[in-house]
Design a protein around this ligand. Structure first.
Ligand code: HEM
Length: 491
């Protein structure tokens, strides 16, 4: 029957039939190749590559309406186990929520894996840096960040600046009927870090640079289609505007290098004379990255913290007792928090750890595979793939944290080093966050001022979720902040 139909066809029908058959065969072949990527000397970890080109991106971006790990990751772990393969935005990816494997990967820096951001740096530097150059640049970056944001600077000047900043911000906010905390905290921290980085004072500038950065970050987590109207397009435009503003500041500095501001850019401008890799674009991307890494992460963490504290008066009570005890033991009640006092706190660090665990701000920590990785059970991760370690999946793992969605700072009394490999808010290995100490001090100082001088009441919002970046819905977290003296006067 089929044969008769074919024999009855004219030449054009046959050509069309041939082309359709060819297209079906090619597409089936392409689909098969797509869903069964090449893997030499073993098999790939279980998982699915989703649809050609978009992979499983659509499922990945389905929002999760709680602080739990993203739905997508939870579902795939249940189906395939703690290490699985997928494809996101056209890239083959291994997702890990396995503490031992993730720890192993963090230790493989420069051997089996490399930092993903070196790719962007290569395009700025014009060529891929050698392994030695990469290690040198990385060392430079860490040192220069720690010089300006590390323990010594915190002790000497930064912690005191943080307290002044918290006092000023809270005093202003307490005069307002309602404050949206996420945005307000973001601008407060942006002001602190941008001043520390390039002496930027937002009050003296007409451009809202902190908003540009916030919009940039929103777009970064959206689907990467660069056409007008998409979040991604807006994200790239915002990045360009912010970079141009920073370029202007850098040019001013290069014009009169003798002028000193005592900030991070002073050191960079000085080092540009001797360090070849410190080209203008590199410096701008570096500062852009640092600003982004600092203010969004801490403001999101603190907003989650304030939401959780609003729901747990028993934690606020113990926090208050600890900080009021500090004040009682001071000779001068209005003096600033000293490093010694900060180090003497015992309950506050538990609260900060619990806030960091639950907020899991970094949606994923990325590494690029530079040499095939052979795992247990004959699995192989091929060179060129990306590994994404998901902190929320490790930090919300019920095998490690009993009732992981419960905000319970006291759990840290018993956990100690048992969870070292399952507590990675700041990443791990030699690339772990250079701003970890800065962030913990800032959160503690803010809480110190908040609980000793103010009280707050949640008005609306404060429903954190993951998209998969931490999000607070459209409304954020609205609170009324009241100064203690006003509460006392009213009594
Ligand atoms: C709550 C706040 C923060 C969180 C949760 C956070 C998280 C992270 C994470 C997950 C990484 C990646 C680590 C890795 O790849 O293994 C990282 C890297 C980094 N962070 Fe943070 N960060 C925070 C605040 C900051 C701040 C305030 C600064 C700067 C002042 C900063 C500077 C950096 C730098 C420079 C790196 C790259 C380190 C390297 O490659 O050696 N971060 N951060």
């Amino acid at each position: 029957m089929m044969l008769k139909m074919i024999m009855d066809m004219d030449i054009w029908d046959s050509v069309v039939l041939f082309l359709v058959a060819l297209a079906v065969i090619s597409f089936t072949h392409f689909w098969y190749r797509w869903s069964h990527p090449k893997c030499n000397g073993g098999k790939l970890p279980p998982g699915s590559m989703g649809f050609p080109l978009i992979g499983e991106s659509l499922q990945f971006f389905i929002p999760t309406r709680s602080l739990d790990m993203p739905h997508f990751v939870k579902k795939r772990i249940a189906k395939y186990g703690k290490v699985f393969r997928t494809s996101l935005a056209g890239r083959p990816i291994i997702v890990s929520s396995d503490p031992e494997f993730s720890y192993y990967i963090f230790q493989q820096e420069g051997k089996l894996v490399n930092l993903w951001y070196m790719d962007s740096f290569s395009s700025i530097l014009g060529e891929a840096p050698s392994a030695t150059a990469t290690a040198y640049i990385h060392k430079y970056i860490r040192n220069v960040v720690l010089n300006h944001f590390g323990t010594e600077t915190l002790k000497e000047t930064l912690m005191s600046k943080m307290e002044v900043m918290a006092n000023q911000s809270l005093a202003t906010w307490s005069t307002q009927p309602s404050v949206e905390l996420k945005q307000s905290l973001a601008s407060m921290i942006f002001d602190l870090t941008s001043k520390q980085l390039f002496n930027y004072e937002s009050s003296k500038s007409s451009a809202n640079m902190s908003q540009m950065f916030t919009d940039f970050l929103q777009g970064l987590m959206s689907f990467p289609i660069n056409i007008p109207g998409t979040a991604y397009h807006k994200c790239l435009k915002n990045q360009q505007t912010a970079l141009n503003l920073m370029r202007g500041i850098l040019h001013e500095r290069l014009k009169s290098p003798e002028k000193r501001y005592g900030d991070f850019l002073d050191q960079i401008v000085e080092d540009m004379k001797t360090e070849e890799f410190l080209k203008e674009d590199f410096v701008l991307f570096f500062m852009f990255g640092l600003l982004l890494a600092s203010f969004e992460t801490i403001s999101a963490t603190l907003t989650v913290g304030m939401t959780l504290l609003s729901e747990h008066p028993e934690v606020v009570k113990q926090l208050k007792e600890e900080h009021e005890e500090l004040l009682r033991n001071r000779e001068k009640a209005d003096s600033q928090l000293t490093w010694q006092e900060f180090k003497s706190l015992t309950f506050t660090p538990l609260v900060v750890s619990e806030i960091l665990r639950m907020s899991s701000v970094a949606p994923g920590i990325l590494r690029k595979v530079v040499k095939d990785i052979h795992m247990n059970a004959g699995y192989v991760i091929p060179e060129g793939w990306t590994i994404m370690v998901v902190p929320s999946a490790l930090q919300m793992n019920p095998e490690k944290y009993k009732d992981p969605l419960d905000f319970n700072p006291w759990r840290w009394n018993d956990l100690g080093s048992n969870v070292a490999k399952s507590f990675i808010p700041f990443g791990g290995g030699s690339r772990n966050c250079a701003g970890a100490e800065f962030s913990k001090v800032l959160i503690s100082v803010f809480l110190h001022v908040m609980v000793t001088k103010y009280s707050w009441k949640k008005l609306k919002g404060g429903k954190p979720g993951r998209t998969p970046a931490l999000s607070f819905g459209t409304g954020g977290l609205h609170v009324k902040i009241t100064r203690k003296s006003e509460i006392n006067a009213a009594i």
